[in-house]
Structure formats: structure tokens, C-alpha cells
Design a protein around this ligand. Structure first.
Ligand code: ADP
Length: 487
């Protein structure tokens, strides 16, 4: 067998392999999806949505104000009372199955638009975001007529209108996470995508319209934070489901305090990825890279704090640096790209601020020698070595391809350090020993803990956080509960 002679350390060059955009149809302008139709916003206002990798304007998106939100919520209430609540659960399930199949049929188009509008590599949107979005609809379609079996001895009842607000890191997948369980449990929906990534949610609106789902059961309103606030504050909204920053999560929690609205919040994270001396080092390196660098670190559960046991620290860091040297930053539509564009100029500025801060705080910065495109919003994958627990780069969520590295000696020490943070969304552990895995799953305050892997998602598995990472679970059987009254 021939030995692999590829040398690490240089700029890896591949011939460009961009995905074709010709089959994709993006309208010049998108209206609001209310009561089964695309309608103009009351004030006639639109804003540009761009491609973060080229900075070109892709389309104009309607800005919904309070009046539009009111129309959408009333349409959802009407659909709930007149149609959806009365429909046999089996029939509801059929619509959800149909939406799942239609997402699969249009998966290529959805993946390309996701990468164009959000900046994530096509490999991610094609192999992760879109298939998982379809899977969430499939999974929850199956539950629609089996709710009494999900909660034996209880009488599950729908809530009414749910207001759902989602961020820009998984635009279509987050819409699926929110809409699929809400429909399966018999609720109707008003959803707002993030202002920078509305396009795939609007494509989903087209799919929903084509699926024949009764008018008003799902309404999609676009806009900025004010639009989101109008949904949260609307008196006819019975439940709010939010994924986004901890700051906005706190505003929402205050807004619903004293009302009868149910709420679930999936907020920020600062996950510890813990590597023990007995771990398979090469696999761990790959898991670390997958956990923080793929998808530009735009994942709330990203493994952004690396803890390495002292005995393997030198070897692991050397291998990690070598692997980083091979990462390709660039065109999200190129299938060779590992790290695409940062979602917006503001986000890139925030990451750059932390890069400066990390060096000022005394951590040692390492970036590979790769080149990055001159146009668009890009950031090199970055390590901060010798980071310490009190550094702000260790304590605060950066939401970019930036990894802090700390070492540890004992399991008690690493548990203490991993937990000593305001967040508790996820964590990773790499070891040969099942007992260590069980020790950590008992002692880490994190909603999701991956063992010898990272960032693995499945619709059957619940996801959610502790502490400032929010509360409530999405996915799996647990994901049905926030949308039901169990009497
Ligand atoms: P991120 O930092 O991930 O962009 P944000 O919390 O700023 O997170 O945004 C997540 C979602 O919340 C977006 O759809 C945004 O428009 C919306 N949003 C922002 N401010 C508010 C608010 N005050 N009330 C409700 N929704 C809001």
C-alpha cells in the first residue's frame, strides 16, 4: 500500500468545486406569510437580506410591525378554533408528513439558499441542516396521533397559538424544531425567523402553502427584534418558544412574567470539551474541530472551551494545530470548504473584539496560515492557549471559530472548572473509560453531554440547557411537553 505523503503545514489547495446556483429561485422581494397567503406588510417596509460571503443583496424581506403581527396571531387563533383543534390527530399527522416529504424533495434548493443567506458551508447545510429539518417533521408527524401513549394516564391538550422566535445559526432547522412539535400537539403557529436569515423560512412557507395545510395554521412573519417583541407581547399568544441570545431571553422572560403564557428558552452556551489521557487522541482532535470550527462556531452548543489532561496536552495541541492548518476557509457553496462566512458584519466585529481581548488578557493566540477571501465576512479558526478560568474569552460566549485551551490534572478539577460558568447547555468528554463518562454525566451541569463524539443531533433526543442557557427541552418526547397542558 502506498503511504500517504501529503505534508501538513502548507496551504492545502483543491480545485474549486462550487455548487450550482442556477436551479435556485430567489424572488426579488418576499412578503409576509399570513393566513395561507403572501401579503404585503401594513407599512409597506422592506429590508435587504444579503449573502455574508459576497455581501451582495439577495432579496428584500418584509418588515412586519405590530399590526401585521396582530393579523397573523388572529389568523392563527381563528385557524386553531375553527379547524386545527377539531381535526382528528391522524389527519394532522398527514399534513406534517407531507411537509417532511416536500422538504426532502426540495432539499438541494434549500441547502443552497441556506448557504447563500447564512454563510455556512454547503456540506453542513446539505448533509446536516436540511436532512435533520425533514427528520424533525417526520418524527413529530408520527407522534400526532399517539399523544396519549406518550403521556400515559394524562390527558394531553393543546395550548392554542404559539409564538416562535428563532436565530440565524440554523435557520431552517430551528424553524423545523419549533413548528413540527407545535403542529403535532395541535397548536397553531406564528414564527419569526432572524432578520439576517429569513429566506429558507420563507421557502418553508411556500412548501407549507403547497402542502395544503389549512390557512392560518402556520404564519411566518419577518422583521427585526421589534417584530419578535410584538409576538411575545400579543395577548392572544398562549406560549412563547425562543432560541437566541441570553440577553433577549431575559427580556422575554420579563415580558411574560405575570401572564398565563408558557415559555421555553434555548439560550447561549460555552461548552466544555474534555479530553482525558486515555482518549483516542486522533478522534478527539477531529471531534474538537467539528465541535468548534465547522459551522464557524455558530452553534450555541459549540465546544468552545477545550480542557486537556496534562499528560496528553502537548501531543493533542500539536495535532490540533496540524489539523487546523488543513482547514479551508472560504466560499460556502464550495464543497471543499470547512469554514464558511460569519453570518453578519456585526457578528464578525464581535468576534474580532474577542480576538483582541484574548491577547490582551494574556492568552497565546494561534491561527493557521490559511488565506481568507478579501470580500465577505470571514474569520480564521483560532486557538487561545494558556487561557485561564477568569479570562473573559473563557467566560463569555463568542459565537465564532475561537477555542480556548486549558489543562487539568484530576477529574474533580475539570468538573469544577467546566461548571464554573454562567452557562450549561452542552459538553463533550473523550475517554476510553465508561466510568469516567458516567462520572461526568452525573456531575457536569449541562443539558447535553456527548461522549467520544460531538455535535450529534437526532430528532428523538431532547436538547436544552441549565442556568443561563435557558429551560425547557426540544426534540424527543420531552419536546412535546412544552406544547401541551397535561391534565
Ligand atoms: P443572536 O445573538 O443569536 O442573533 P438574538 O437574541 O439577538 O440572538 O436574536 C434571536 C432572535 O430574537 C431573532 O429572531 C431576533 O430578531 C429576535 N429578537 C431580538 N430582540 C428581540 C426582542 N426584544 N423580543 C423578541 N425577539 C427579539
Amino acid at each position: 500500500m502506498q503511504e500517504n505523503k501529503v505534508e501538513l503545514g502548507g496551504d492545502w489547495t483543491y480545485a474549486p468545486a462550487p455548487e450550482d446556483k442556477k436551479h435556485v429561485k430567489i424572488e426579488k422581494r418576499y412578503d409576509l406569510f399570513i393566513n395561507g397567503k403572501f401579503v404585503k406588510p401594513a407599512k409597506g417596509k422592506y429590508f435587504d437580506t444579503i449573502s455574508p460571503s459576497t455581501e451582495e443583496v439577495l432579496s428584500q424581506i418584509a418588515e412586519a410591525d405590530e399590526k401585521d403581527v396582530d393579523t397573523a396571531v388572529k389568523a392563527a387563533r381563528n385557524a386553531y378554533d375553527k379547524v386545527w383543534k377539531k381535526m382528528p390527530a391522524k389527519e394532522r399527522g398527514k399534513y406534517i408528513f407531507r411537509i417532511a416529504r416536500m422538504i426532502q424533495e426540495r432539499s438541494r434548493e434549500l441547502a443552497v439558499i441556506e448557504s447563500m443567506n447564512g454563510g455556512k458551508p454547503i456540506r453542513e447545510s446539505r448533509d446536516i441542516d436540511v436532512p435533520l429539518a425533514a427528520n424533525h417533521f417526520f418524527y413529530y408527524a408520527g407522534w400526532a396521533d399517539k399523544l396519549e401513549y406518550a403521556f400515559p394516564g394524562k390527558k394531553p391538550q393543546s395550548l392554542g397559538v404559539v409564538g416562535q422566535i428563532i436565530p440565524w445559526n440554523f435557520p431552517l432547522l430551528m424553524a423545523a424544531w419549533k413548528i413540527a412539535p407545535a403542529l403535532a400537539t395541535g397548536n397553531t403557529v406564528v414564527l419569526k425567523p432572524a432578520e439576517t436569515t429569513s429566506l429558507t423560512a420563507l421557502k418553508l412557507a411556500e412548501i407549507i402553502q403547497e402542502s395544503g395545510l389549512p390557512d392560518g395554521v402556520v404564519n411566518i412573519v419577518t422583521g427585526h427584534g421589534k417584530t419578535g417583541a410584538a409576538i411575545v407581547n400579543h395577548p392572544l399568544v398562549n406560549k412563547v418558544a425562543f432560541t437566541g441570545s441570553t440577553d433577549v431571553g431575559k427580556i422575554i422572560q420579563k415580558a411574560v412574567a405575570g401572564t398565563n403564557k408558557k415559555v421555553t428558552l434555548e439560550l447561549g452556551g460555552k461548552a466544555a470539551n474534555i479530553v482525558f489521557e486515555d482518549a483516542p487522541i486522533d478522534q478527539a482532535v477531529e471531534g474538537i474541530v467539528n465541535g468548534i470550527f465547522f459551522n464557524q462556531g455558530h452553534v450555541c452548543c459549540a465546544g468552545s472551551r477545550l480542557f486537556v489532561q496534562e499528560g496528553v496536552a502537548e501531543e493533542l495541541i500539536r495535532k490540533l494545530k496540524d489539523r487546523m492548518q488543513t482547514l479551508i476557509v472560504g466560499d460556502p457553496l464550495d464543497k471543499n470548504t470547512d469554514i464558511g462566512a460569519i453570518n453578519s458584519k456585526e457578528q464578525l466585529q464581535k468576534i474580532d473584539h474577542y480576538l483582541k481581548l484574548g491577547s490582551e488578557e494574556g492568552a497565546e493566540m494561534y491561527q493557521p496560515s490559511c488565506s481568507i477571501p478579501s470580500k465577505g465576512f470571514f474569520c480564521k479558526p483560532t486557538l487561545f492557549l494558556h487561557a485561564s478560568q477568569s479570562h473573559r474569552i473563557v467566560q463569555e460566549e463568542i459565537f465564532g471559530p475561537v477555542l480556548t485551551v486549558q489543562t487539568f490534572r484530576t477529574i474533580e478539577e475539570v468538573v469544577e472548572k467546566a461548571n464554573n460558568i454562567p452557562y450549561g447547555l452542552s459538553a463533550g468528554v473523550w475517554t476510553d473509560k465508561g466510568s469516567k463518562i458516567f462520572n461526568l454525566t452525573q456531575n457536569l451541569r449541562a443539558g447535553v453531554i456527548w461522549a467520544n463524539t460531538y455535535n450529534k443531533f437526532d430528532p428523538t433526543s431532547p436538547f436544552g440547557g441549565y442556568k443561563e442557557s435557558g429551560f425547557g427541552r426540544e426534540g424527543g418526547l420531552h419536546g412535546l411537553m412544552p406544547y401541551l397542558e397535561l391534565t
